[in-house]
Design a protein around this ligand. Sequence first.
Ligand code: UDX
Length: 434
Amino acid sequence: MNIAIIGTGYVGLVTGVCFADFGHNVVCVDKDEQMISMLLDRKVPIYEPGLEDLMARNVAEGRLEFTTDISQAMNGAHAVFIAVGTPARHGDGFADLSYVYAAAEEIAQHIKEFTIVVTKSTVPVGTGDEVQAILAKHCDRAHFEVVSNPEFLREGAAIADFKEPDRVVIGTDHVQATDVMNEIYRPISLNGKPILFTSRRTSELIKYAANSFLATKIAFINEISDLCEVVNADVSEVARGIGLDSRIGSRFLQAGPGYGGSCFPKDTLALLRTAEINDVDLSIVGSVVASNDQRKINMADKVVKAMGGNVSGKRIAVLGLAFKQNTDDMRDSPALTIIPILQKAGAKIIAFDPEAMEEAKHLMSDIEYANDVYDCVEGAAAAVVITEWDVFRGLDMARIKSLLSEPNLVDLRNIYSAKSMAQLGYNYVGVGRK
Ligand code: UDX
């Protein structure tokens, strides 16, 4: 199959590289010349484990190209995937669809033979209809079909999620489009993974419902963790105890400082706006959003409380800034809420993150950055774990304690054993546990 991908951001790049690795011929196109020249140099502008090697291999084997020229990319393409950003619009939180519609306008200029136009970007219900209307303004209706095909990639695990997904969702009832999409995803169905065909609108909604449901699981276990702290129960064991019930499932029940990232915060808000426009009350999703916002604020209070109620003039070592491990992404990271509150309360922040420090420098001020964890904690009155990086799990905790000026350890990801930390003499505070 010949495939064009519009947009070489996170989703577009991972999709293009993985399709090429399935043996398809892929051309990725982006307006951003700097981005394309970087990719032509076989450099990946984002941090995603394994992506650079996979990209280099497919480029070398001649299946993957990059260009700024959409006509070149679409020449002979059986399918063109729109994978541009749909950020939350300022003001109302609705998904900003201007890039999607601009891509549709451009695609319309280059459709010659029958082409499938696939929306890979996360788009609200009904966007496919809009894209279809834009294309129909410029080309013969018989020459294209618009299909929805949402992505479910987790940053840091995107290649595995793409190649071995729990399912692929495809929104179309068009026979030829179904054939093309089946062919494109054949390597995945050969692996026994289900390809779910549904209507375009249903497919668009599945993406938002999935992300909102996962966000709900996290917000739920975070609330239960608050209760655990008061009634002296352990949230990890509660999560295990409920998660073993296959109706509930064990994943996404890890209590922490609140969910962040490029999807859950944005998609829950966008779903709420869609509901509002359609006069439907999604009170559960509304509560999840409010609960998660409050969660992040509460985590700053937890740090202050662990340090005896006053952090003024104190040095606090923050371990981890990214919204989760294995990414340099800071979007909606709990760190962006927690750190400014601590600074406002008079604390001096010194931080270390294996990947996200450059990004953090653009988003927060007055932070000192350390070269490694041991540098970071030296002379600090508390160490606060915000991101669950693997490298934080095996640290020499006795040495860390000797470097801290006060033995406060606030573990917002529960990556350490409370018992061992207490034995080492820490004032250890986790989430949802004694
Ligand atoms: C998510 C979805 O998982 C993915 O399917 C979708 O395509 C994009 O959005 P991502 O944002 O990359 O992926 O990360 P994910 O691993 O889902 O984590 C999101 C947030 O939830 C992070 O802040 C993470 O720390 C938090 N989280 C996740 C928890 O607090 N507890 C959990 O049990 C799981």
